[in-house]
Design a protein around this ligand. Structure first.
Ligand code: GLU
Length: 310
């Protein structure tokens, strides 16, 4: 049984690129009569806006995306993540890190440091007594997972094998933040595995996350889903679409007179499923779905083509 999912963060309204990814994830699953799940990734309290959840779900429903169970809400699953996290602690795969951002930036760019953006391993091997003292003194700390033994090749079912050396790509990464919340990499991996997801379709900007999440799951002895990272949809000018700017979201498109049917058909066209101006239903999206039809490489939004679907 194929189990797919879409996992938006309620940090803004879904833009055309997000909707395209959702449509692809849905179609890939439904084309093989799979189960499709929805998960709200709302762990980043500073950036998430709960009032956007209903709007995102409504946009997906309007497009025709449906799902088979109540959406999973990450902010309600701390117990689940804690149980898995305790396993990593028992295996001594995670350690508390007391570094501030500034400590890390300075150590990383020092003459023998690993370079900008890579955790230099400052707290990786602190003596247990030192750790206990710092924790007893109430020092703020996050928890990082060791990546020294991680494989350096990540396999993506769409892109193929890719060299991703986690030691050089950021190093030991955060699984639990200093404020106690679990980090995206950890929660996402655990949720995919525990909800039986077999196939993860999402934007290619998360390819490195695939390597991190596969590593977490491997260490936990949980099943690793098949990953397919879809090339991104960019704006006409080649710039990244942004949820926060509200560029090309459903409300904006509706205000410009595009119906959900026309938006879906345009997105289906960008995925190689229909001709310009051709209206296509959700069941046709599923029955025509074929990964081989999906254009390779980033896709530039084309307003003139969108117009043909009016
Ligand atoms: N929540 C992430 C986002 O909205 C996507 C995570 C995923 O699909 O794994 O960008």
């Amino acid at each position: 049984m194929i189990v797919g999912r879409y996992a938006p963060s309620p940090t803004g309204s879904l833009h055309l690129g997000n909707l395209r990814t959702a449509l692809a994830a849905w179609a890939s699953t439904r084309s093989r009569d799979g189960r499709f799940l929805l998960r709200i990734e709302d762990l980043d309290g500073d950036r998430c806006r709960p009032e956007l959840i209903d709007r995102q779900l409504a946009d997906l429903r309007n497009l025709g995306v449906d799902w088979d169970a109540e959406p999973i809400i990450q902010s309600q699953r701390t117990d689940v993540y804690t149980a898995e996290f305790e396993k990593l602690k028992r295996f001594r795969l995670v350690y508390p890190c007391f570094c501030s951002r500034r400590d890390i930036a300075e150590a990383a760019s020092a003459p023998h440091g690993p370079g900008p953006g890579v955790y230099p391993g400052t707290c990786a091997n602190l003596p247990a007594t030192e750790v206990a003292e710092r924790i007893a003194a109430g020092r703020q700390h996050c928890w990082r997972i060791r990546v020294e033994a991680a494989p350096t090749t990540f396999f993506d079912a769409l892109i193929g094998p890719r060299e991703i050396d986690l030691k050089r790509e950021g190093g030991d990464f955060v699984v639990r933040r200093a404020d106690g919340w679990f980090a995206y990499q950890f929660a996402c991996a655990v949720d995919d595995a525990l909800s039986g997801v077999t196939e993860v379709v999402r934007g290619a900007d998360l390819l490195d996350s695939g390597a991190r999440q596969a590593w977490v799951l491997d260490r936990l002895g949980l099943p690793v889903p098949r990953y397919l990272h879809l090339p991104l949809m960019l704006g006409e000018n080649g710039a990244r679409l942004s949820k926060r700017v509200g560029s090309e979201d459903m409300d904006g498109l509706t205000a410009r007179g595009f119906s959900p049917d026309s938006v879906r058909s345009y997105l289906a066209w960008t995925l190689g499923l229909c001709g310009t101006g051709e209206r296509i239903t959700m069941s046709e999206v599923a029955s025509r779905w074929d990964w081989k039809r999906v254009p390779q490489g980033d896709f530039h939004h084309q307003d003139a083509i969108l117009e043909t679907f009016r």
